[in-house]
Design a binder for this molecule. Sequence first.
Ligand SMILES: Cc1cc2nc3c(=O)[nH]c(=O)nc-3n(C[C@H](O)[C@H](O)[C@H](O)COP(=O)(O)O)c2cc1C
Length: 197
Amino acid sequence: MNITAIYGSPRAGGNTDSLMRAFLSGVRSAGGKARELYLRNFRVYPCTECGGCDQTGCCVLQDDMEVLYSYFQESDVLVLAAPVFFYGFGAMTKAMIDRCQCFWVRKYRLKQDMHTERPSGSGRGILLSVGGSGGSRTFEGVLLSARYFFDALDMSFAHHLTYGSVDEAGAILRHPTACAEAESLGRKVASELQPKA
Ligand SMILES: Cc1cc2nc3c(=O)[nH]c(=O)nc-3n(C[C@H](O)[C@H](O)[C@H](O)COP(=O)(O)O)c2cc1C
């Protein structure tokens, strides 16, 4: 079982951090474990659209994405917890996603094998997100971005949990169902990954 959990908010101890912790508590309760990565501790330059990956499917920039690329390739499940900023992902998360253009090139332009350690198409992506607004369209942007991010990584967009009207740090902990739902999803995902007897 190989689960990678990406904390995508710049705010330590914020709402998506809490949602991720609830999710991972569910993973552990089902006997699973996950690699936890705080994007705010990584140095990720924005994509420069240099075309350096066009022929090879490999990004030419050198920074902490090199570590993230290898984790993405070996993960069975990738969980991204990130808030809505201006109806999309915030800059840190968006930079990470844009830097996965090299995977898009491999899949769609070079039609290469993804060189993943999982069987093709078996990877699963999960998004946990919150926004301060209670509007009905709050998550449209991040849901679309997440769909195409996971697709570039050759993963299905398996699950998402989104909560609006969640603004100040800690507000998610007062939500009536959010943390319980995240924990339950973590348990379900980890149980599905356990080898069948
Ligand atoms: C720069 C910035 C932009 C934001 N833009 C939006 C937005 O477009 N829609 C929304 O619903 N909330 C927006 N918010 C509110 C955050 O989504 C909200 O505070 C969320 O709870 C932050 O999650 P975190 O604690 O995990 O960082 C924004 C907050 C910041 C700091």
